[in-house]
Design a protein around this ligand. Sequence first.
Ligand code: ARG
Length: 467
Amino acid sequence: MKMWSGRFRQPLDPDFERWQRSFDFDRRLLRYELAASEAHARALRDAEILSADELIRILQGLQQIGERASVSPEFLEDSEAEDVHHFVEKQLVASIGDAGYKLHSGRSRNEQIATDLRLYTRAAIDQLRGELAELCAAFVARAEDAGETAVPSYTHLQRAEPVLVAHWLLAYVEMFLRDVDRLADCRKRLNACPLGSGAVAGATLPLDRSMMSEQLGFDAPTGNSIDATSDRDFILEFVNTLSLLALHLSRWAEEMILFSTQEYGFVALPESYSTGSSAMPQKKNPDLLELVRGKTGRVSGHAIALMVSIKGLPLAYNKDLQETQEPLFDSADTVMQLLPLVTGWMKAVEFNYERMQQAAQSGFMNAWAAATYLVKRCVPSRLAHERVGKAVQMCLERGCELRDLTLEELRSLSPAFDENFYRALSLPSVLAMHDVQGGTAPARVTQAIGAARKSIESLREEAHAHA
Ligand code: ARG
């Protein structure tokens, strides 16, 4: 039996009927639908709409549906079910008889779908945060492996200053930890329970909303029934957060692709995550990285699609809201699949430390340190900059580095140059000079590794608690 056929005289057009159904994709909400239904059934019992016996039969019926779905997926092949809410009602009535129809007393699918989607998103957040902890751990482990190896850092994609490989990798960890925070923030706001909101104006039965909320692990019932049934902010926040996370992964992927080219040669692509060319026998292509970059477009697309779907909707529930489900699921699935693959890639990749270290010592990346040397000897910064610029020009004409200029030549530019200038130019001195919190001096980077490890540990503990 349909959930709404009473006032209709004509059957639905069969094509329309098939087309408007959501069961094909909302079946994945089944476990949340069952949990929310259990909470509702208990509230109905407290409100004396169900007898004690009916409650027991309904709870057993719901449990059975969950069990059957987990042992035989074909149980979910139901071409009549309009959506997951209808499916549960149908199956419940099939197993316990007409008492099953009592479960819908005083509730609406509008509050149910809002509740199911919050539960789904909450679980997805918990899972993603756990995966992000592992991803960050892989980056930090590589940072530790790299020891004091240096690599060029770039601005405008031109060589800028040498940094520790570890410092460079930790830049990504910062981004991912912000994503972790954003997910936690989104979770905080979504964790309110719409049950009892009814279709739009609130339930028509005296249901204990606090009890239902608590049973489902929410912090509190939602505050306004009109908002609760039409709000999808949590989906927008979540998918936008995912699109930002994907964007971080995409920037990482792009940089790895670049660094794996022969022109850079910093990264040897792991064979286990690359493919060859059907035409050019020599090729090893960075497919994982390219797909990571490509999937980012897909997730950002979903974020935009969701905003556009919702922007013109009058309050409260409109069927358009059904269209928020597939972009939500696909965004979560896409990112959920990416994370462990990126973690695996990071564990498998080989860095060419020799080439990195070599590159870190050429291309005048110590020029700022050279100017700072003069500044410390009381030369005004602008003039120091100018003098070192002239020294660079000399080197460029001669095809050498600053360290190759004689003291005489240097003194012709500024009398402040001294013998100890050459030591100040060495890679270890240049690195150590950046001795500020968040800088690339080895001692600071060791601190940063420790801080990252701490964040990862507490994240892992949380993930463990949610599992
Ligand atoms: N499948 C619907 C959705 O995803 C469930 C809510 C239906 N509500 C309604 N009034 N038709 O939004």
